[in-house]
Ligand binder design. Structure first.
Ligand SMILES: NC(=O)c1ccc[n+]([C@@H]2O[C@H](COP(=O)([O-])OP(=O)(O)OC[C@H]3O[C@@H](n4cnc5c(N)ncnc54)[C@H](O)[C@@H]3O)[C@@H](O)[C@H]2O)c1
Length: 388
């Protein structure tokens, strides 16, 4: 009898992990799915909802089972590095939610575990798989933006009332969403960073982290590019709704994120220099502004995953009315899953393999170090890919 085709995947952590479950279950190259959560009630609720039979409350027990080829880790951030290393050391492929880790040593541990295991690691960075990123990438590749001269990434999210492990979390240690688009667009890494804290974290919000700042701002210089990356992060004490985006300025056109996070992108095209008009005294060049809703592109997805780029319905396997699910993060989830599964099936590095993930995560760790040192310049280590 021939071996069944496709891979088997275990999803660990069923908060954000629940969003990925229907995508794996629908993927034509995934033959079997397991779920893992230490919270037994959560495990039963989600597994029953999706009709998943294979369930574990202990990651180690799942890792000891040869039945599972790959694992998607969506546990609290402080556990990311340890769980990712355990997955790779168990001889399984590992996808992991951002950020890769909280400390530089842990980045190195995961990079080494990937290399030693011969298995694939992927950091599931949503911002570089969303429809907005694809639109910006297309505008850059087509020459419409011209030469990039500026980048500003930002992520503001109020974490009051979040689970305990978020208390006092240093915002810059979660800066991959704000910074990765710049690094992906320019194909560069960060050379050094100068950052500052802004405001003072109230005593009742201080947690296990060495962090006195509700907000942090950093300037990142790149290797191989003269573009300066500006990043602004806040998790506490900033009165605004959630936003996670970036502006890219070119010398011909620019794309800016909508202030309300939900609306269309704001695109400015620089117009030709006009004659100075004596009656108005107008100087400088004007720009035309358009609002653009970036389109979804499902051409590189299997037919079965296309519906997950937009809001979708889940029909619970255990009965009850259909549940509405938002296709959050720019419709990136099916694209991320497909890249992870494809890399395993095609036996190639993932698009965000461990060295790339480390290169995208380290700058934020160094930025927090800089902020703690009052804005001292901090060099960011390199993580050679082994591909070059
Ligand atoms: N855009 C994005 O990329 C994005 C968005 C949201 C969350 N995230 C990341 O996803 C991860 C999960 O976030 P969340 O909001 O779901 O967190 P959460 O705390 O709400 O849920 C985590 C789940 O993991 C379970 N868990 C905890 N320890 C475990 C262990 N040792 N083994 C198995 N299960 C365990 C918990 O019981 C819980 O169900 C975080 O790292 C977060 O940063 C990324």
């Amino acid at each position: 009898m021939s071996e069944p085709s496709g891979i088997s995947v275990a999803v660990v952590g069923l908060g954000f992990g629940e969003d990925f479950l229907p995508v794996y279950l629908a993927h034509p190259q995934v033959r079997e799915v397991a779920v893992v959560d230490t919270d037994e009630r959560r495990l039963t609720t989600v597994a029953d909802r999706f009709g998943v039979e294979a369930r574990y409350t202990d990651v180690a027990e799942m890792l000891a089972d040869d039945r599972w080829d790959a694992v998607h880790v969506l546990v609290p951030v402080p556990l990311h590095a340890d769980v990712a290393v355990a997955v790779l050391e168990a001889g399984k492929h590992c996808a992991c939610a951002v950020p890769m880790a909280l400390e530089l040593d842990d980045l190195t541990r995961v990079v080494e575990a990937e290399r030693a295991s011969g298995k694939r690691y992927m950091m599931m960075e949503t911002t570089v798989y969303g429809r907005e990123y694809r639109y910006v990438r297309d505008q850059l590749d087509s020459g419409r933006l011209g030469t990039v001269t500026g980048y500003r990434g930002f992520h503001h999210q109020n974490l009051d009332g979040y689970p305990e492990y978020w208390r006092g979390y240093p915002p810059m240690k979660y800066s991959t969403h704000a910074l990765a688009p710049l690094l992906a667009l320019t194909g560069t890494t960060v050379e050094s960073v100068v950052a500052h804290g802004s405001g003072t974290l109230t005593e009742d919000r201080r947690g296990r982290f060495d962090n006195p700042f509700p907000a942090e701002k950093g300037l990142f210089t790149l290797r191989g590019s003269d573009v300066l990356g500006e990043v602004e992060m806040s998790f506490f004490q900033v009165a605004r709704p959630y936003i996670e985006g970036y502006d890219v300025h070119g010398d011909r056109a620019s794309v800016e994120w909508p202030a309300d996070h939900e609306g269309p992108l704001v695109v400015h095209d620089l117009l030709p220099l006009e004659e100075v008009q004596p009656e108005t005294g107008l100087r400088g060049r004007r720009a035309r502004t358009d609002l653009v809703v970036p389109p979804d592109d499902v051409s590189d997805l299997p037919r079965e995953l296309a519906r997950f780029v937009a809001d979708f319905e889940v029909v619970p396997a255990d009965g009850g009315p259909a549940l509405h699910r938002e296709a959050a993060h720019g419709g990136s989830h099916p694209h991320l899953v497909h890249e992870f599964v494809s890399a395993i099936v095609e036996d190639r590095p993932t698009a965000i393999d461990a060295p790339t993930a480390a290169a995208w995560t380290a700058p934020g760790i160094c930025a927090h170090e800089s902020a703690l040192a009052g804005g001292a310049r901090v060099e960011v280590p390199q993580f050679p890919t082994g591909r070059s």
